[in-house]
Design a protein around this ligand. Structure first.
Ligand code: HEM
Ligand SMILES: *[C@@H]1O[C@H](CO)[C@@H](O)[C@H](O)[C@H]1NC(C)=O
Ligand SMILES: *[C@@H]1O[C@H](CO)[C@@H](O)[C@H](O)[C@H]1NC(C)=O
Ligand SMILES: *[C@@H]1O[C@H](CO)[C@@H](O)[C@H](O)[C@H]1NC(C)=O
Ligand SMILES: *[C@@H]1O[C@H](CO)[C@@H](O)[C@H](O)[C@H]1NC(C)=O
Ligand SMILES: *[C@@H]1O[C@H](CO)[C@@H](O)[C@H](O)[C@H]1NC(C)=O
Ligand SMILES: *[C@@H]1O[C@H](CO)[C@@H](O)[C@H](O)[C@H]1NC(C)=O
Ligand SMILES: *[C@@H]1O[C@H](CO)[C@@H](O)[C@H](O)[C@H]1NC(C)=O
Ligand SMILES: *[C@@H]1O[C@H](CO)[C@@H](O)[C@H](O)[C@H]1NC(C)=O
Ligand SMILES: *[C@@H]1O[C@H](CO)[C@@H](O)[C@H](O)[C@H]1NC(C)=O
Ligand SMILES: *[C@@H]1O[C@H](CO)[C@@H](O)[C@H](O)[C@H]1NC(C)=O
Length: 323
């Protein structure tokens, strides 16, 4: 369905244009301009994931970071320059990973159809295809037609990305700033069903929670004892532990079981139990059918944040540098 048809249908169904703030993304945007684009991306992604099963988590997080800072415009992929520190260099020692895979895919696409496929769309598709690989079917729909931004600032990443030390009300506000609901917050936190966290993103909970050498009482004591064997001190910035112990490579609903057992790794994970509504949603999402369905819906919302379409932005030739 074309954009105009979509907007028209929305108006018929809802009566007002406003209820359908059509974000202007469509299915298979490159069907006519770069027919094999989605297949090329999928093939290359699956090849890299088959060699490195840690990559799906890297790409999912990268897409999330892209969308939360200036919208899903590929700005997370840009390198710093002499006079600008880019988003990707915002948090030292916690740098994202997998940029080389994106850059290689972009190079392949430029050979087949130059100046057509945006880096923002590549990242959205790679994240979906990487996470879906273990299921052999796409876990969510990726609408395409994003264009690339020309600005990437580390200060904006720090200001917009939720912190692992945040409480519920701050997280709620972070998501509201992106027009995402508490429901989206709880559902998308389920991304933490795969991947790892560095010790320094949670070791305050083990060693110095309130500044008196104490432990976070909301953290499962048995689990805290285990974590202390991995993270030996507050200043360990290199060791990582899985966020969903036991199934850290499997994209499933087990994150919510973990959170319910007070084993959520970050304060931001534990915070989901501290609000009545979000606590209720955590309990619902333990059901894998509900989780997969809701995750697919929230990913489409997240993938539409602040997108550039039409003539806005540009189609980058290389994902790490503006044209
Ligand atoms: C709710 C607010 C969120 C906070 C505070 C948060 C925070 C974090 C932190 C601190 C890490 C560990 C980074 C490291 O130590 O290397 C992490 C990892 C990760 N996050 Fe989140 N995150 C949030 C939401 C999300 C969302 C919405 C997604 C995607 C849908 C996501 C996907 C991931 C993934 C997949 C990883 C693992 C990355 C890896 O294995 O390298 N997170 N997150
Ligand atoms: C993708 O991979 C499949 C299976 O390996 C292959 O048949 C197909 O030709 C590939 N398509 C592209 C566009 O690379
Ligand atoms: C861009 O940055 C990445 C790491 O963020 C680095 O590996 C790569 O070499 C950089 N590319 C260029 C051309 O500077
Ligand atoms: C940054 O430096 C480049 C040249 O290296 C220049 O073209 C650009 O205008 C500068 N940008 C800003 C914001 O100063
Ligand atoms: C980053 O790591 C280096 C050494 O690995 C350490 O000296 C530095 O304090 C770390 N920075 C942060 C912000 O954790
Ligand atoms: C949440 O954290 C913010 C910022 O640290 C603080 O201002 C606020 O009082 C906290 N809210 C609650 C309910 O603890
Ligand atoms: C949130 O919605 C408002 C009103 O529709 C819009 O003006 C704003 O740009 C949106 N913010 C984001 C980050 O999409
Ligand atoms: C624990 O926190 C307090 C207050 O911030 C600080 O004075 C103390 O040095 C910290 N202890 C360690 C071991 O870092
Ligand atoms: C880490 O902290 C411990 C005390 O908690 C200290 O003895 C040690 O020197 C610190 N290591 C580094 C690399 O700063
Ligand atoms: C702590 O975790 C264990 C499993 O590791 C679980 O059996 C127990 O119920 C948890 N405790 C709390 C208070 O959630
Ligand atoms: C939506 O897309 C169409 C065609 O791609 C374009 O002409 C139009 O400017 C876009 N609208 C917005 C708001 O970007």
């Amino acid at each position: 369905m074309g954009n105009q048809a979509f907007v028209l249908l929305c108006m018929l169904v809802f009566g007002v244009v406003g209820t359908c703030h059509g974000n202007n993304l469509t299915k298979h945007y490159y069907r006519h301009t770069c027919h094999d684009a989605e297949m090329i991306i999928k093939n290359a992604t699956e090849k890299s994931v088959s060699l490195n099963p840690a990559l799906p988590a890297k790409f999912l997080r990268m897409h999330f970071h892209d969308c939360f800072v200036r919208g899903c415009d590929g700005s997370v992929l840009l390198n710093s320059t002499a006079n600008n520190t880019a988003e990707k260099d915002a948090i030292p020692n916690l740098t994202l990973f997998g940029f080389d895979v994106i850059d290689d895919i972009k190079a392949e696409l430029e050979k087949k159809c130059p100046n057509v496929v945006s880096c923002a769309d590549i990242l959205a598709l790679v994240a979906r295809d990487a996470v879906s690989y273990q299921y052999g079917r796409p876990l969510w729909e990726v609408y395409t037609g994003r264009r690339d931004g020309r600005v990437s600032r580390s200060a904006e990443a720090l200001a917009n990305l939720p912190s692992p030390f945040s409480n519920f009300s701050v997280l709620q506000q972070n998501f509201a700033n992106q027009n995402l609901s508490v429901h989206d917050l709880v559902v998308l936190s389920g991304g933490h069903t795969i991947g790892v966290g560095h010790c320094n993103t949670f070791s305050n909970r083990l060693y110095n929670f309130t500044g008196r050498g104490d432990q976070d009482p909301s953290l499962n004591a048995t689990y805290a004892a285990f974590l202390k064997t991995r993270c030996r001190s507050l200043n360990d910035t290199t060791t990582t532990v899985p966020m969903d112990p036991g199934s850290g490579l499997t994209f499933d609903a087990n994150y919510y079981v973990t959170v319910k057992q007070h084993k959520g790794l970050f304060q931001s994970d534990a915070a989901l139990l501290t609000n009545q509504l979000s606590n209720h949603i955590v309990h619902q999402l333990v059901d894998p059918n509900i989780f997969f369905h809701e995750f697919a819906r929230s990913m489409v919302k997240m993938g539409a944040i602040g997108v550039l379409t039409g003539n806005a932005g540009e189609i980058r030739k290389k994902c790490y540098i503006v044209n």
